[in-house]
Each structure stands twice: as C-alpha cells, then as structure tokens.
Design a protein around this ligand. Structure first.
Ligand SMILES: [Fe+2]
Length: 260
C-alpha cells in the first residue's frame, strides 16, 4: 500500500497548491490513501467547514491537526461529526471534543491513524504523548498504523520514533513547517521523519508574511501574522510504501514548487 502524507497546509496558498498538485501526484505515485495535516488551512489558524471541504473535494482522504485545532468557533461540530475524517491530538486534555485516532478501511486493510501532540515548548498543557500512545496501541487492533506527531522539538520527535520502532508503520512529524533531512526506515521497519515540512508560501516565515514575522522579533511585540497573497508555494510531503508485514518498505520525501 502507498500512503501519501502532506505536512501542514497553510491558508489559501496551501489549499490552492493541494488542488493543483494532487491530480498530478495521484497519477504519478498512485497512492491508496492521502492524509494531510490541515490545522492551519483557515488563514493559518484552525479549520473551517468550507476550507476542509475544499481539500477533501481535492482528494485528501483524511485530516490530522495539532495545537491550532480549537482556533475556529465551530470546530466542535466538525470534530464530533463521525462522518468527517478529521482527528485532533489524542493526548489533548480529556474534555477536548472529537477523537485522537480513527480506524479506516482501505481495501482489505484496517488503517489506524493517530494524532499526537508534543509537550516541549507548546503553549498549552497536554497529557504525556508517550504513555498515551502506549495506551492506544494496547487497546486497538489494525493492519497499518500511521502517526502524526505534531511537536516542536526534534529530540521529542526522535525519541518517539525510537519508542515506536517496530510497533507502528510510520511516525511522521509535523508542526515546525520546515522539512528535515532525516527521512528513514528505522531498524524495525518503521518509517520516520522529524518534520515533513509545510504546504505554504515559500518566501515566508512558516507560511506567514515574512515582513510581519521579522517585525515581531525586532519590536518584541505581538503583531498578528498574515498569510501572503502571492506565492510561489512549497509543497512538502512523504510517500510511504508498506511491505507484506504492513510495516514500511520505503519512505520518500517529495517537494515541489507550485506557482500561485
Ligand atoms: Fe502546529
């Protein structure tokens, strides 16, 4: 089975690039399942129904999220609707609406998709992702297991990789928006990358207007970030291929620039 996973899609430029690239990549790579982290699709902050529909209509099958998931007012309706293929981090506090993982059927395979969030340098408090994942894996049965670990530090992500090697098919990092050069198959056949990178404007700060972002550092004041109205857009994703044991055979980093 081939699984295509896009890193954080940022705002309108990101949504546009997904619509542009998917027909081409579907033909070229023939993925069986397409997943994306979309916690920044609504102008960089959270997910709205309209934006979500746009990327699902474009061909994304399943959506993961992270620290911005609760930014939009009506997100609870989306998170609690069983028909919508959207999850939030499983180790968020227990009163958070929605689910942290879901099992979907892809042909003959049961695919368990789990979203986790890191604890290091995150503004809000979250439960321990390491003990949470142990609890989930103890209770759930699936053929293929894919994890989106939405976290800030490479150390926390690398350690999660080692914690899960041989126990899941892939553990993929999101959140920093910067792709890392460490895509690999761990010794016990788990695909790993610290961060996939974003689908957002290339000449930006993590997908947001670079001038405003620099001004924030210069003035040390909170200035609201904006999403640039022009591209080009950098598209970052990984393509995972599974072996007959439902573990990872290959992980390939994909990057392309889309005019916007
Ligand atoms: Fe994030």
């Amino acid at each position: 089975m081939k699984i295509l996973f896009f890193g954080d899609i940022v705002g309108k430029p990101g949504r546009y690039a997904i619509k542009k690239i998917l027909p081409k990549w579907q033909k070229k790579y023939q993925p069986d399942l397409i997943i994306a982290n979309a916690e920044n699709i609504a102008h960089g902050k959270g997910i709205t129904e309209k934006c979500l529909k746009e990327i699902l209509d474009a061909g994304i099958d399943f959506v993961t999220s992270g620290d911005h998931i609760l930014d939009q007012k009506r997100i609870s309706d989306l998170l609690t609707n069983k028909e919508i293929p959207l999850i939030r981090p499983a180790n968020m506090l227990s009163n958070t609406p929605g689910n942290g993982y879901k099992i979907i059927q892809i042909r003959t395979k049961k695919v368990l998709i789990i979203n986790l969030i890191g604890q290091s340098f995150m503004k809000k408090k979250h439960n321990n992702p390491f003990t949470k994942i142990d609890q989930i894996l103890e209770n759930e049965e699936a053929d293929i297991i894919i994890i989106d670990f939405h976290a800030e530090t490479t150390a926390e992500k690398v350690c999660m990789g080692w914690h899960l090697d041989g126990r899941v098919t892939a553990i993929l990092g999101t959140h920093t928006h910067i792709p890392t050069a460490d895509a690999r198959i761990l010794p016990k056949d788990t695909a790993y990358i610290s961060d996939i990178g974003m689908v957002g404007v290339k000449d930006s700060s993590l997908g947001a207007d670079k001038e405003i972002a620099v001004r924030r550092f210069l003035t040390e004041r909170h200035i609201s970030l904006k999403i640039p109205k022009q591209g080009p857009v950098e598209v970052n994703a990984v393509l995972i291929e599974t072996n007959k044991y439902n573990m990872a055979k290959k992980i390939k980093k994909l990057q392309e620039i889309v005019a916007f």
